[in-house]
Design a protein around this ligand. Structure first.
Ligand code: C6P
Length: 403
């Protein structure tokens, strides 16, 4: 499926940054001009705080901010705007869950994660487990870089209180069987949490179809601004959940002795939020919707298939991740005899931006027996010529390093 128009012209930074190929969208995607305009409009024309002022621009800021809850809810197919909590990003959303839900778990309870989690879906749970005495279990990965579902079935037991997994792995590109894992979790009454930081930018994610209880994603990986993200939660669960941060609009009534909380989602948004960021996120989602997530997904799949054909043809290159199919265009690889940091540095000289390192998945790197990988990741503005540029950069690196 073709993208509907010349996407590249919507992204001024693609040219301004002067690169030959930007292949690091899994770290942070670029931003279309419509997002910049929406944020600029806020700063120039209705720059006020939300939920507070009695004057016109404060009302407009509040209206525009709140409208984005509806945009996000529709994008994720949530039941209501109140199911959308604005956060700083995926990391803050997952910390909120681990802090708040963690308090309700204790000795004898288990939380099931996977071996391919980003630190953001691992360290907050480790800390909560230390504090409250529950235990973490990890679903192992197979040699094909996919979850071992037999092991998952054995690990998810009546002791499990929550199953929290990456929808798509930032380090491997694997897309995990979220619907199947949600069903396993719900069969024993556990909560199902999806870290969708890497899936939401690439595919249609429908929270009701997947039946996730909570889901997190980041604005800056979804063509929106930095410093903003989303926690989706089923309304009944958000209503029951305790806040993790205090102050500002999250209160209902404060007395010297004690305080009570606002309704969800406000109860989870302490302090002045990232108003411009939320407005920019709304513009980013509207932009993606004009392209259509089916086209976005098909483009990612085509480009990934092309890269998985071209990269292994270069001598010494090994892909660290699954074959084409249930995966996204975040392609980890190693080049025999070269350190990923050296590769990324040489690629940069060739005008190709990739990420080299552990990708905030250090336990996974240990399990794979590597210190890191090189990772090329795609956005909607990338084309086959960018993969060709990467192939040439790898050849240049092999020549420089005399491999
Ligand atoms: N991964 C990458 O280069 P934040 O930083 O809060 O927006 O997202 C954290 C996060 C959580 N889960 C997954 C699966 C992720 O990939 C990330 C961010 C970036 O892979 C930066 S380490």
């Amino acid at each position: 499926m073709k993208l509907p128009h010349d996407i590249q012209k919507d992204f001024p930074s693609l040219h301004a940054m002067g690169m030959r190929a930007y292949l690091d969208s899994a770290a942070s995607s670029l931003t279309p001009v419509s997002v910049l305009e929406a944020m600029n409009d806020y700063y120039q024309n209705f720059r006020s705080n939300v939920h507070r002022g009695m004057y016109k621009t404060a009302g407009e800021a509040t209206e525009r901010y709140e409208a984005v809850r509806g945009i996000v809810a529709k994008f994720l197919n949530a039941s209501a705007p109140e199911e959308i909590v604005f956060t700083k990003g995926t990391t803050e959303a997952l910390n909120l869950l681990a802090t708040s839900l963690g308090r309700t778990f204790g000795p004898g309870d288990e939380v099931v994660l996977t071996e391919m989690e980003h630190h953001a879906n691992l360290v907050p749970w480790q800390e909560a487990a230390k504090r409250h005495g529950f235990v973490l279990k990890y679903i192992p990965i197979t040699k094909a870089y996919r979850l071992d579902m037999d092991a998952a079935r054995a690990l998810i037991t009546p002791k499990t209180k929550a199953v929290s997994i990456a929808h798509a792995s930032n380090a491997l590109g694997t897309v995990n069987p979220a619907k199947e894992l949600a069903a396993l979790a719900h069969a024993i009454g556990a909560l199902f949490i999806l870290d969708a930081a890497q899936s939401v930018p690439h595919m249609k994610v429908d929270v009701r179809d997947l039946d996730c209880d909570f889901l997190a994603f980041s604005g800056h990986k979804t063509y929106g601004p930095t410093g903003v993200g989303v926690l989706y939660g089923k309304k009944a669960l958000l209503e029951k959940m305790e806040p993790a941060q205090y102050g500002g609009d999250m209160i209902r009534e404060v007395k010297y002795e004690a305080s009570t909380w606002n309704d969800a989602p406000m109860k989870f948004e302490a302090g002045t939020p990232n108003i411009a960021g939320v407005i920019g996120l709304g513009a980013a989602i509207s932009y993606l919707e004009t392209i259509g997530m089916d086209a976005v997904e098909a483009h990612d799949r085509d480009l990934t298939a092309y890269a998985l054909e071209k990269l292994p043809a270069v001598p010494g290159v090994k892909i660290i991740g699954p074959e084409a199919g249930e995966r996204i265009g975040a392609i980890s690889f190693e080049v025999a005899g070269a350190h990923p940091h050296d590769l990324a540095t040489i690629f940069d000289r060739e005008g190709v931006a990739v990420r080299g390192g552990h990708h905030c998945a250090m336990p996974l790197m240990g399990k794979l027996g590597v210190t890191g990988t090189c990772r090329a990741s795609f956005g909607i503005y990338n084309g086959k010529e960018d993969v060709d540029a990467l192939v040439e950069a790898i050849q240049a690196a092999r020549a420089t390093l005399k491999l």
